[in-house]
Unconditional design. Structure first.
Length: 462
């Protein structure tokens, strides 16, 4: 991106907090806008070496802001703080900025504020299914002639990193997390979607009420002909639907709706009232990604692509060729009639339950990682019915073992290599080895992608 003179950030002194992928991207974006950027992180200079290499020398880096860097940081004056998604709401820097009346924004909203006026925006949130749904919507909209489609946000590509590629006639599909939404003040997508809400990230938000409120910010500024697509089967979503001030599209896998998108026998009925009614038969291999939850993800993708004017033949062709995304109920390998499945993107209890529902029985389940504050007991019934052996690892292993005691035969291991080797030893023909951790990955891995790749590496070495 070239130097931008006319913007809200030119010549402003801005502190970027957090130098992960999002922080680096927004620091570079603001620098290109003529901002005077200072960037900081809790990590030391040595730990930040890789991040520092990616930044312009004009950007001042202050490491270790909770210890040695604190005085250097708080002695300066700033026009704005820009917060990376992982920075907790009670972080001392956020409190410090609030007391001084310094404006606080999130990385995604800074980038969102720079979008060209002609951009059509879709924002998808929910506890589970976001990445699969965003990728499917992207593939569908990419078939629209005369327009370009970009997917960004919580999928691993910060919006800040692709602003320079967003010109006129672009459809932008964003995966948006509760971390990102909690700081939104001007965010206003044309189409929003809330896939589901179940307990998650309570270690960050503190309560379900705060978590639900963060999710609701995806539609807070929508009105008139904007559209919010929301799950009619989820009690938390149903509670939010009556607060929406734009057009509402309900979707349901469990009941027929007067208007919306729903399952009727083996057909998905799309009857939203403001686009042509269509039907999609799912018994003929239309949906190739496993699990009943993916019917809901497909419903949302059909709704978005229909609103954007796509025809049924194109929609059917693209959905029927979609095989899912990496790390989400991903087939890795079959050895002696034993399937190995990578569901590393399962970072909460509900996503693990979803994965268990995608298979019949004879499962060897690998769980564990960093605990996120929600109980594991909701898994007990399904594990007792479907899981033959439960292998646990990571920081949460003791809590998982305690709460799921008696549901299946339990094994504790120290690392992923041991988990894979033991699962192979225990498996019999017809079994499924399922990595679905129900936990964050940060105890032993950089992120869930790293965890999934390590799992696949060890499976391929068997």
């Amino acid at each position: 991106m070239g130097f931008i003179m006319e913007n809200n950030y030119y010549n402003k002194k801005i502190l970027v907090v957090g130098l992960g992928t999002s922080g680096i991207a927004v620091a570079k974006l603001l620098d290109s806008c003529g901002s005077k950027v200072v960037a900081t992180d809790t990590k030391t200079t040595k730990e930040l070496a890789h991040s520092i290499e990616k930044l312009n020398e004009k950007i001042e880096i202050i490491p270790d802001y909770r210890n040695s860097g604190k005085s250097k940081l708080t002695n300066k004056l700033y026009d704005m703080l820009v917060i990376s998604p992982g920075v907790p709401p009670e972080d001392p820097l956020i409190e410090w900025a609030k007391k001084r009346g310094i404006k606080i924004m999130g990385e995604l909203e800074v980038a969102y504020s720079m979008l060209p006026a002609g951009t059509r925006t879709v924002a998808v949130t929910g506890t589970n299914g976001k990445t699969t749904t965003v990728e499917l919507i992207k593939r569908l909209l990419s078939a629209n002639e005369g327009r370009k489609t970009i997917a960004a946000g919580n999928i691993g590509l910060p919006l800040s990193a692709c602003i320079n590629r967003i010109k006129n006639n672009v459809d932008l599909v964003m995966e948006v997390s509760s971390y990102q939404l909690e700081r939104m003040e001007i965010f206003h997508p044309y189409i929003s979607a809330i896939l589901n809400i179940t307990p998650d990230h309570l270690e960050h938000h503190g309560t379900m009420k705060k978590y639900i409120y963060a999710k609701s910010k995806i539609f807070r500024l929508q009105k008139g002909n904007d559209v919010c697509i929301i799950n009619a089967d989820n009690k938390y979503c149903a509670g939010l639907a009556e607060r929406i001030k734009c057009r509402v599209v309900l979707f349901s896998r469990e009941k027929q709706l007067a208007k919306g998108i729903y399952l009727q026998g083996d057909k998905i009925i799309c009857d939203m009232g403001f686009v042509s009614r269509t039907e999609y038969r799912i018994s003929s291999g239309f949906i190739r990604i496993p699990g009943p939850h993916n019917i809901e993800n497909v419903m949302v993708a059909i709704a978005v692509s229909s609103i954007f004017g796509m025809r049924k033949p194109s929609i059917e062709k693209i959905i029927s060729s979609f095989k899912g995304v990496e790390h989400r109920i991903e087939f890795v390998r079959e050895i002696d009639n034993v399937e190995f499945i990578n569901d590393s993107k399962s970072t909460n209890v509900d996503s693990c339950l979803t994965a268990l529902n995608a298979f019949e029985d004879n499962i060897i389940l690998i769980m564990g990682g960093r605990d996120k504050g929600a109980p594991y007991s909701p898994l007990k019934k399904q594990i007792a019915q479907k899981v033959k052996e439960l292998i646990v690892l990571g920081e949460a292993s003791a809590k998982i073992a305690k709460e799921l005691k008696g549901a299946a035969r339990l094994h504790k291991v120290n690392n992923m290599r041991q988990a894979v080797v033991l699962s192979h030893k225990l498996a019999k023909p017809g079994f499924t080895v399922l990595l679905s951790p129900a936990c964050a990955s940060f105890d032993q891995f950089r992120n869930y992608e790293h965890r999934g790749k390590v799992f696949k590496q060890w499976v391929k070495k068997l």
